[in-house]
Design a protein around this ligand. Structure first.
Ligand code: BES
Ligand code: ZN
Ligand code: ZN
Length: 502
C-alpha cells in the first residue's frame, strides 16, 4: 500500500502527486521551489492570482502537461502553519484522498515534507496521512447486486520523504493505517443490519479477532450466563429467539495481570424498545445499538496490532431487545449478577441493564479501571448534539486520561455531572434496590448514574455515544453512516495509560 522513498523524484510517473501548501508562502521554499522551477515560476503566479488557494482544506488540481512525470498535482491547502493541528492535517488529507477516490485514481504519490510544520514532524504527518487515507476512502458496500464495473480503489501510495528515516516513516504509516482500518472494521459492524449481525455473529467475529491477535477468548453462552446469575442481562434477552452472548477478550501486555483496564461495550444488535416499544420513526436505525461493542472491538484490533505494554479485558454483553410472550415487562423485578435487585420501569432502558452485569463481570476478570461505551440515551443527543460524546465519571484522574486520548484522536467529548441527586433517583424504588428509569428528566445522567451503581469504587468512565456513533452526512474522514467513534480514543487511551496511584 505505502512505499516510502527518499527525496522527490520528478521523473517518476504517477497518476497524481499530493502536495501540501501553507498560507502566505511569500515564495515557495525548499523542494516546493524546485517544483515551481519546473513550471517556470507559474505556481507562484497561481498563488498570487488566487487560483491556487492555501486555505485550510481547499484542494486544487493542476495538470502538469509533462513538466514533471506525475500527471497532475493535487495541492492541499493547510492554512497558516502555526495553526495547523494533527486533526486539521488529517481532515485536509482525508479530503484529498476522497477526491482521489472520486477521480478513480488507483495510484498516487505524496510529498510528505510539504505537510511538515513546526508542531508536526514527518512521523506525525505520516500517521495523519495513512489514517486519513483509510478513513476517508471507507465505503460500506451494502447488499445491492453488483454492477459489472469493478470499483477502482486507491491501492498504491508512494510517499516521498527526505526529512526522516524511511524506516520510521514506514512504521508511522503502518500504525496510522491500523488505526484507520480498525475504525473501519467498527463502522462495518455498526452498518451491518440486525438480521445479519446477531449476538452469535458478533461473538464469532470477536473469536476470529482473538485468534488473529492471540487474545484469550471467552464466549459465555446462555447456560453459562444463567449459571453466573446475570439476571439483568438475561432479562433483556428474554423476548428473543437469538441466544445472548457475553463476549470476553483478554490482552496481556505486562508480565503480571495487574492494572487491568476493562473496556465494556454495549452490544445490543437491535433495540425495539421491548414492551416500552419505540415509535415507527424511532425504531429505524436501531441496528446501530451495538456501537459501543464495535468501538471496543475496533480498539482491540488496534491493540492487537500495536501490542502496548498494558493489560486489557474487553467485555461485551450482546443480545437484541425484542418482544414476545416471554419478554421482560415493566414492573418486573430482576436480580443482577452482583446481587442488586432492579425494578424495571422501562424495557427500552435496556442498555444500562446489560452493562450492569458486564461491568460486574469485567471486575470478576480483574479489571481495576473501567471504561464503558454505549449508544445509551437519546438524552445525550438533547444535551450535547450529534458531534460530542457525553462522558461521566467517578474518577477525575481517569477521565483526564480518556479526555486526552480523545483530543489526540480528534473525537470530541464533554463531561456530564454525576451528582448525588441522580444517584438517589436510580436508588428510588419501593420494591427493589434500584429502578432502571426514574423519569425522563436528564435521561443521560440517570443512565450513567445507574451504571455507576455497579462499579463499586472502581475508577470508571462512561461514554454515551448515542449521538456520535452515526452521522447522516458525508464528512472529510468518511461517508454517512457509522463513524466508528471511540475506536481510536480507546486505543490511544490504552496505549498511553498510566496506572493511578492509590
Ligand atoms: N438505544 C437507545 C438509545 C439511542 C437513542 C441510541 C437514539 C441511538 C440513538 C436506548 O436503549 C434507549 O432506548 N434509551 C432511552 C432511555 C429511556 C427509555 C429511559 C432514551 O434515551 O430515550
Ligand atoms: Zn432502548
Ligand atoms: Zn438501546
Amino acid at each position: 500500500m505505502f512505499h516510502v522513498k527518499k527525496g522527490l523524484d520528478f521523473t517518476a510517473s504517477h497518476e497524481g502527486l499530493v502536495v501540501g501548501i501553507f498560507e502566505k508562502p511569500e515564495k515557495f521554499t525548499g523542494e516546493l521551489a524546485e517544483l515551481d522551477g519546473k513550471f517556470d515560476g507559474q505556481l507562484t503566479e497561481l498563488v498570487k492570482s488566487g487560483d491556487l488557494s492555501a486555505k485550510l482544506k481547499s484542494i486544487t488540481k493542476v495538470h502538469t502537461f509533462g513538466k514533471i512525470s506525475a500527471k497532475r498535482i493535487y495541492f492541499v491547502g493547510l492554512g497558516k502553519e502555526k495553526d495547523l493541528s494533527f486533526e486539521k492535517l488529517r481532515a485536509a488529507l482525508g479530503r484529498v484522498f476522497k477526491q482521489l477516490k472520486v477521480n478513480k485514481q488507483g495510484e498516487t504519490a505524496v510529498y510528505l515534507d510539504t505537510f511538515v510544520s513546526e508542531a508536526l514532524d514527518s512521523l506525525d504527518a505520516a500517521h495523519a496521512l495513512s489514517e486519513a487515507m483509510a478513513l476517508s476512502t471507507y465505503q460500506f458496500d451494502g447488499y445491492k447486486q453488483k454492477s459489472n464495473e469493478p470499483e477502482k480503489r486507491l491501492e498504491k501510495v508512494t510517499v516521498y520523504a527526505s526529512a526522516a528515516d524511511e524506516v520510521d516513516v514506514q512504521a508511522s504509516l503502518t500504525v496510522g493505517y491500523a488505526f484507520g482500518k480498525a475504525t473501519n472494521s467498527a463502522r462495518t459492524l455498526v452498518n451491518t443490519p440486525g438480521n445479519l449481525l446477531t449476538a452469535t455473529d458478533l461473538a464469532n467475529y470477536a473469536s476470529e479477532l482473538g485468534a488473529k491477535y492471540n487474545f484469550e477468548v471467552e464466549i459465555l453462552d446462555k447456560a453459562e450466563i444463567e449459571k453466573l446469575g446475570m439476571g439483568a442481562f438475561l432479562a433483556v434477552n428474554k423476548g428473543s429467539v437469538e441466544p445472548p452472548k457475553m463476549i470476553v477478550l483478554k490482552y496481556q501486555g505486562k508480565d503480571e495481570w495487574t492494572d487491568v483496564i476493562g473496556l465494556v461495550g454495549k452490544g445490543i444488535t437491535f433495540d425495539t424498545g421491548g414492551y416500552s416499544i419505540k415509535t415507527k420513526a424511532g425504531i429505524v436505525g436501531m441496528k446501530t445499538d451495538m456501537g459501543g461493542a464495535a468501538a471496543v472491538l475496533g480498539a482491540m484490533e488496534i491493540i492487537g496490532e500495536i501490542r502496548p505494554e498494558q493489560n486489557v479485558v474487553a467485555v461485551i454483553p450482546s443480545t437484541d431487545n425484542m418482544i414476545s410472550g416471554g419478554a421482560f415487562k415493566p414492573d418486573d423485578v430482576i436480580t443482577s449478577m452482583n446481587g442488586k435487585t432492579i425494578e424495571v420501569l422501562n424495557t427500552d432502558a435496556e442498555g444500562r441493564l446489560v452493562l450492569a452485569d458486564a461491568v460486574t463481570y469485567a471486575k470478576h476478570h480483574g479489571a481495576n479501571y473501567l471504561v464503558d461505551v454505549a449508544t445509551l440515551t437519546g438524552g445525550v443527543i438533547t444535551a450535547l448534539g450529534l458531534h460530542t460524546t457525553g462522558a461521566m465519571t467517578n474518577h477525575d484522574g481517569l477521565y483526564e486520561q480518556v479526555l486526552e486520548a480523545s483530543v489526540e484522536a480528534g473525537e470530541q467529548m464533554w463531561l456530564l455531572p454525576l451528582f448525588e441527586t441522580e444517584k438517589e433517583r436510580v436508588r428510588n424504588s419501593k420494591v427493589a434496590d434500584l429502578n432502571n428509569s426514574p423519569g425522563s428528566e436528564g435521561h443521560a445522567l440517570v443512565a450513567g448514574a445507574f451504571i455507576g451503581e455497579f462499579t463499586e469504587g472502581t475508577p470508571w468512565v462512561h461514554l454515551d455515544i448515542a449521538g456520535t456513533a452515526t452521522t447522516s452526512k458525508d464528512y472529510d474522514l468518511g461517508p454517512a453512516g457509522a463513524t466508528g467513534v471511540m475506536t481510536r480514543t480507546l486505543a490511544l487511551f490504552v496505549e498511553r495509560f498510566e496506572p493511578i496511584e492509590k
